[in-house]
Design a protein around this ligand. Structure first.
Ligand SMILES: *[C@@H]1O[C@H](CO)[C@@H](O)[C@H](O)[C@H]1NC(C)=O
Ligand SMILES: *[C@@H]1O[C@H](CO)[C@@H](O)[C@H](O)[C@H]1NC(C)=O
Ligand SMILES: *[C@@H]1O[C@H](CO)[C@@H](O)[C@H](O)[C@H]1NC(C)=O
Ligand SMILES: *[C@@H]1O[C@H](CO)[C@@H](O)[C@H](O)[C@H]1NC(C)=O
Ligand SMILES: *[C@@H]1O[C@H](CO)[C@@H](O)[C@H](O)[C@H]1NC(C)=O
Ligand SMILES: *[C@@H]1O[C@H](CO)[C@@H](O)[C@H](O)[C@H]1NC(C)=O
Ligand SMILES: *[C@@H]1O[C@H](CO)[C@@H](O)[C@H](O)[C@H]1NC(C)=O
Length: 615
């Protein structure tokens, strides 16, 4: 009985695991197209930083195709178009880089053991003498401490106790002369991941700053998650409490758990890795894209709206708090926080947490992936028909990037960008939404990726439409896949080739290929490149399907010993979403004389046969 139970238990989990694995291998997980650094049509430019840097900070430059790069001992302005750089030497290694929202200058901070900041004029790139920046910038060059510059206030975070004492969020006025503001979180290990501003709202009093953080779980049992993902709020108008009660501290600080998982599959993601915010016209519709991983090589992306986050803080009950909620409600933004009633202030000292968790849009992750993603960026792209599409850029731990379409609660990996020839660690990504450029850096280079590189999808209308890339459309007059505009056609929603019907096409493959002579008894193989990871490829001999041997990039037809029975026409077809097209054509003829197998070819065939066996 006991054994039976155990066996069925094991079987159940085996089945569950297998079905899960099978599900995981669906097409959505596979990039449709792979773009390589060596491709004929270049889609990015690169610039060497000269030397190896411990950290690379990126900031949008003053004009198109320019980017500020803060590295060890230098601030560099790279102009990708002119292929030139301007740089200034700094006495520290850069950890923080902001444009002053109201001036033509940059705030540049870093560390040389001690944190320092300087002001750099944008146009002439000269720097003021650095000033001490304890509490603004981290002490260590590898410390992540997100910050946010809104209007004339700078919000900074500190993750470690050594960063000038407390852990928490601070606010500084322009000139960095203002008072220090911190919250009461000096007891727990926290990791700030990102800051976001929910504004400007119609009622500016209600403008808030949200922080996305990981907190070390106080429950240290083996079954408990090590880290807990949270969102916290503070009011932008918070002026701290009166004397002796939260003076110079936040009086509006609340916390709520972020939920990201699929409860019926017992999948929960808690390790928040990166966050990016896509601002919408209405502040409450702005979307927070949160990237999680689980330590088991799985990643998830959950989306939260600022509206949902706001609603949890405004309406949920408070954890561990029974009885009457005082008025004004704790955490509500008020005109003068120094005049808050004592009972409210007292409650605010208790690290108030909401009972309700913030749930993701659609109640589940947008993406659950077997890939270990490390960075996320998002863009909103206006399609030809006026609808907004959202595209994500997800960096993988080996330096690849996935360009992902978010459509109707599902995702579609448009392309895998292989920007680096070898495995590398991506240090940073920056999306420049006005010019549609993505900047990517490793420790020695910065790359500018052109998101309008549409020609790489192929030369036919169907190639362009099936790509489902909202940045791209088929130009019916020029007959090319090009940056989407009113003169182009697209079908981002379905990628249906029907949109191409009746259009003039660029010249297709030659109907009658050149005849290749193959010596009698020689081995030969025909190659068919598999451009689309979502298509089925097949070789046909005189219209009879032959299948093929798949390598990473090709569908090969092997002929072990050539003979007259192999003479004839060969055609490789790709079929995707009901659309079939010829990719390769060949015509073989046996040459008169017998020939032995050429050793290298024999080797290749043997290798390929082994490959077939394993597949
Ligand atoms: C700054 O960068 C240089 C060069 O990479 C390195 O040798 C130095 O240790 C760094 N300083 C700090 C404080 O991290
Ligand atoms: C830039 O350099 C000029 C001349 O050296 C100097 O007068 C000016 O104050 C500098 N600007 C800043 C922001 O330091
Ligand atoms: C995760 O992936 C890496 C490299 O792809 C591998 O070395 C490691 O063993 C994997 N870990 C788990 C827990 O599967
Ligand atoms: C945002 O607010 C508007 C009006 O206040 C409301 O109609 C809309 O449903 C809200 N959207 C979200 C996502 O909360
Ligand atoms: C950064 O990428 C370039 C390729 O573009 C590569 O040559 C270099 O080795 C990489 N650096 C590191 C530290 O991996
Ligand atoms: C680019 O992003 C900024 C900040 O999120 C936003 O204000 C602006 O409207 C965006 N521009 C475009 C063209 O999407
Ligand atoms: C910069 O890029 C934008 C958007 O692509 C374009 O409208 C503008 O003309 C460009 N400006 C210059 C100076 O090239």
């Amino acid at each position: 009985m006991e054994i039976k139970k155990k066996t069925s238990f094991v079987l159940f989990y085996l089945c569950w695991f297998l079905s899960w694995v099978a599900k995981g291998f669906d097409l959505a997980q596979k990039p449709r197209i792979t773009l390589n650094a060596e491709d004929e049509i270049p889609f990015f430019r690169k610039y060497s930083l000269g030397g190896h840097h411990s950290r690379v900070e990126l900031l949008q430059g003053p004009s198109n195709s320019t980017v500020y790069v803060g590295v060890d001992g230098e601030l560099i302005l790279i102009d990708f178009k002119a292929h030139k750089r301007t740089q200034i030497a700094l006495k520290y290694n850069v950890t923080l880089l902001h444009r002053h929202p109201k001036a033509q200058s940059l705030l540049v901070c870093g560390t040389n053991g001690e944190p320092l900041c300087s002001t750099v004029s944008m146009d002439v790139m000269n720097s003021s003498a650095p000033v001490s920046a304890k509490g603004i910038a981290p002490f260590g060059v590898d410390e992540q401490a997100p910050s946010l510059f809104i209007e004339d206030e700078l919000y900074t975070t500190a993750n470690y106790e050594k960063s000038g004492g407390r852990i928490g969020i601070r606010r500084w006025n322009v000139g960095l002369m203002g008072g220090i503001w911190s919250n009461q979180e000096n007891t727990h290990d926290l990791r700030y991941v990102a800051l976001a501003w929910s504004g400007p709202r119609e009622d500016q009093l209600q403008d808030k700053v949200y922080a996305f953080v990981l907190e070390k779980n106080r429950d240290a049992s083996w079954a408990a998650e090590l880290w807990i993902p949270l969102v916290t709020q503070i009011c932008k108008m918070d002026r701290g409490g009166p004397k002796n009660c939260l003076q110079k501290s936040w009086t509006s600080h609340l916390r709520a758990r972020l939920s990201c998982g699929v409860p019926d599959r017992k999948l929960y993601f808690s390790r928040l890795v990166d966050v990016t915010i896509l601002h919408a016209e209405r502040w409450n519709e702005s979307r927070v894209y949160a990237l999680f991983n689980d330590g088991w090589n799985m990643s998830a992306v959950c989306i939260y709206t600022l509206g949902d986050i706001d609603r949890v803080f405004a309406t949920s009950s408070f954890k561990g708090l029974s009885g009457q909620v005082p008025d004004p409600r704790p955490g509500m933004c008020v005109t003068d926080s120094t005049k808050l009633p004592r009972d409210v202030l007292k409650m605010m000292m208790e690290r108030l947490e909401m009972e309700e968790w913030v749930k993701p849009v659609g109640d589940r992750p947008l993406i659950i992936s077997r890939h270990q993603y490390t960075h996320i960026e998002a863009d909103s792209v206006m399609a030809v028909d006026g609808t907004q599409h959202r595209v994500l850029f997800l960096a993988l731990e080996d330096g690849r990037i996935h360009k992902v379409l978010e459509a109707m609660g599902r995702f579609f990996i448009i392309a895998e960008l292989k920007l680096f020839q070898q495995k590398t660690v991506i240090h940073n990504m920056l999306l420049q939404n006005e010019t549609k450029k993505l900047y990517v850096s490793n420790s020695t280079e910065v790359l500018e990726v052109d998101l309008h590189a549409c020609k790489n999808y192929g030369t036919q209308c169907e190639d362009c439409i099936q790509a489902r890339d909202p940045y791209c459309g088929w130009d019916t007059a020029l007959m090319t896949c090009t940056a989407a505009s009113s003169g182009t056609i697209q079908d981002v929603k379905h990628g249906h080739f029907r949109s191409c019907r009746g259009l003039a096409q660029s010249s297709a493959l030659h109907a009658s290929p050149l005849v290749t002579e193959v010596p009698l008894k020689a081995a030969h193989f025909l190659n068919c490149p598999m451009r689309s990871g979502h298509a089925k490829y097949n070789w046909y001999y005189n219209d009879h399907p032959q299948g093929c041997v798949h390598t990473e990039k090709d569908c090969l037809l092997l002929i072990k010993t050539m003979g007259p029975e192999h003479d004839g026409k060969y055609e490789c077809k790709a079929s995707e979403g009901g659309y079939e097209k010829t990719v390769s054509l060949a015509q073989l003829r046996t040459a008169g004389k017998a020939a032995g197998l050429a050793p290298p070819l024999a080797g290749a065939v043997c290798l390929l046969s082994c490959f077939t066996f394993f597949l």
